[in-house]
Design a protein around this ligand. Structure first.
Ligand SMILES: [Zn+2]
Length: 66
């Protein structure tokens, strides 16, 4: 499986995951060629994290200041 660092992962997939959304491990990024933390899996598959992310999205989509 190809491993990419979070920056390259975003570039390639057009995603905007935070470090909390992904499981990272030190590996060689196959895009930038640097040995750094790479995305090995997404936490989104965990039902609890899906629920948490849903809540975070709900909160962040509400502008409390208005
Ligand atoms: Zn990279």
């Amino acid at each position: 499986m190809a491993e990419f660092c979070l920056e390259c992962f975003h570039q390639l997939n057009g995603t905007h995951y935070t470090k909390a959304d992904v499981i990272q491990d030190f590996d060689l990024c196959e895009n930038c060629g640097e040995y750094k933390k790479c995305v090995v899996n997404l936490r989104g598959h965990d039902p609890m994290n899906v629920l948490i992310r849903f809540c975070i999205n709900l909160i962040s989509s509400t502008d409390w200041r208005k």
